[in-house]
Design a protein around this ligand. Structure first.
Ligand code: GTQ
Length: 350
């Protein structure tokens, strides 16, 4: 057969195959089994300065009660309509005003809250409240009852904003989503505040209670303690040329990630830090806690300031620079990739 005849015969074959829901692998093999990840979503940065006025407007237009969760979803620019910041993760900025309640519910999706602005709100998990402060890392594990409220502290209540990180797209992909609403808007208080941290947050664990969840028994990792750890280490040792001083949050009972699907880290880049490029297969969301600097992602430079959020896609090279001290929080699907033997990372020399 001539080239032209072959091409048109193939097209005819594909047409006939389509009726039976069949497709020719040889036309898509390269993209199905790529040499390296090409994730098809973008690096992006959301400036808090741009978002804050829109969040405030949302605050005047819908109550937390009516919204259930008053959240502006950070949607990857290349994935419109997906409510996804990477293929596996969801991120959003949630606002709760003084005296509001975001009613109790539970779902199989695992969630984290990273406090971005304001203090005096709380999240309750399984009947224990924890008061939020900027930089605190809070968990609401899969199927745990949770509600949020904002009574303020010391007689002062202010709007509180946090970054929500959930495995919503992963749960959707796995068709594993279940949810229930609570009977009352706020859960009854079953345990005094601070119980989880006292029981599990000091390198000790209770001898007579068994924590049975797959996630960490600590549900608030306070910023004061994470910050102090980073500060001590930066004074004591040479910082890593790629990531500065970086620690991962752990489930103290296992040493593994705090939740099965989401890992999280906090890092400090000392003033003058000009990092070397690195990349990994876990697409990662960063929240800027302190300081201004830049993240160059796959060759594109993003300037960041406190409270900004940015996303680094799987296998995109990341170069971090910090003209002043910078503290970054980050989360990703790393525990999933690790469990599947698919985590790869590279620390490059230039
Ligand atoms: O606070 O429970 O941003 O269920 C998305 C889904 C927050 C929450 C989100 C949720 C929540």
């Amino acid at each position: 057969m001539m080239q032209n005849d072959i091409a048109s015969a193939r097209r005819a074959l594909y047409d006939d195959m389509l009726d039976l829901h069949l497709t020719p692998l040889w036309e898509s093999l390269h993209s199905l089994v790529p040499k390296h990840p090409s994730p098809g979503y973008d690096a992006a940065l959301w400036r808090f300065e741009d978002i804050a006025p829109l969040l405030a407007r949302a605050g005047t237009l819908i109550s937390a009660e009516e919204a259930v969760r008053r959240v502006l979803v950070l949607e990857n620019p290349a994935l419109p309509g997906s409510s996804s910041i990477t293929h596996s993760l969801y991120a959003g900025l949630q606002l709760i005003l003084p005296d509001e309640v975001a009613p109790a519910h539970r779902h199989t999706q695992s969630a984290l809250r990273f406090i971005v602005q304001g203090k005096g709100a709380y999240t309750a998990v399984d009947g224990e409240r924890t008061t939020m402060h900027p930089g605190d890392f809070i968990l609401t594990p899969s199927w745990a009852w949770h509600d949020h409220g904002n009574p303020g502290v010391d007689g002062l209540a202010e709007p509180v904003v946090w970054l929500d990180g959930l495995d919503i797209p992963m749960t959707r992909f796995l068709s594993g989503g279940f949810a229930e609403n609570g009977e009352a808007a706020s859960q009854g208080v079953a345990r005094p505040e601070g119980r989880s941290l006292a029981a599990y947050g000091f390198n000790m664990a209770p001898v007579r209670q068994l924590h049975s969840r797959a996630s960490s028994p600590i549900f608030n990792y306070p910023y004061v303690r994470s910050r102090e750890a980073l500060e001590t280490l930066r004074r004591q040792e040479e910082v890593d040329a790629w990531v500065g001083v970086k620690l991962r949050y752990i489930n103290p009972l296992t040493g593994g990630a705090p939740m099965p699907t989401i890992g999280a880290c906090m890092q400090l880049l000392p003033a003058g830090f000009a990092g070397l490029p690195h990349r990994s297969t876990d697409g990662t969301v960063y929240s800027v806690v302190e300081g201004s600097g830049s993240a160059t992602i796959g060759g594109k430079r993003f300037a960041f300031a406190p409270r900004d959020t940015f996303v680094v896609p799987s296998w995109a090279t990341l170069v971090l620079e910090a003209p002043q001290d910078v503290v970054l929080f980050s989360f990703s699907d790393r525990p999933v990739l690790e469990a599947l033997g698919m985590l790869r990372e590279e620390f490059l020399l230039k």
